[in-house]
Design a protein around this ligand. Sequence first.
Ligand code: PNS
Length: 172
Amino acid sequence: MTVAVYPGSFDPIHNGHLDVIARASEIFQRVVVGVLDNSVKSCLFSAAERAELVRQSLPPGGSVEVVHFSGLAVSLAISQGAAVIVRGLRAVSDLDSEFQMALMNRRLEPRVHTVFLTTGFSNVYLSSSLIKDVCAHGGSIAGLVSPAVETALRERLVRAAGTIPVATEEAE
Ligand code: PNS
């Protein structure tokens, strides 16, 4: 049984991440999403909130597991019995930093291999930062994130800023 971990910040999870998780689930027998709990990076949502949003965004009845972790991604992989770290690639621009990370992870733990999965064309421009920015300024993020994430983002960003969302799918 090949186990894969998919580590990331997921602040918050979007459809590009979900696409990668779906593809990973077709390849690996067990997929564990690892939500990084790291105080160095300032996140909009806590690690527990981000992990819960991942759970709420996954298709019901699936077998993908969600954990949050601190420390090294390779340590998460070893603790989960995973030989594979999955990372998503959107464009060539992602490759530089991902290549560095993959090689560093291999140096840290040669038993763990990084597998890159490309996201679908419809998701290549998505990033959590861009989605937060659009939402914070009242733009529509419908169809880019799960309904659970959309609600959570609106509550955290739009209401907090007192911004009135101007463009929702329903309104168009
Ligand atoms: O979603 P992100 O922010 O691009 O994910 C980056 C992540 C979480 C995969 C990376 O920062 C990571 O693995 N952090 C854990 C600490 C670690 O292992 N650092 C060395 C990586 S070479």
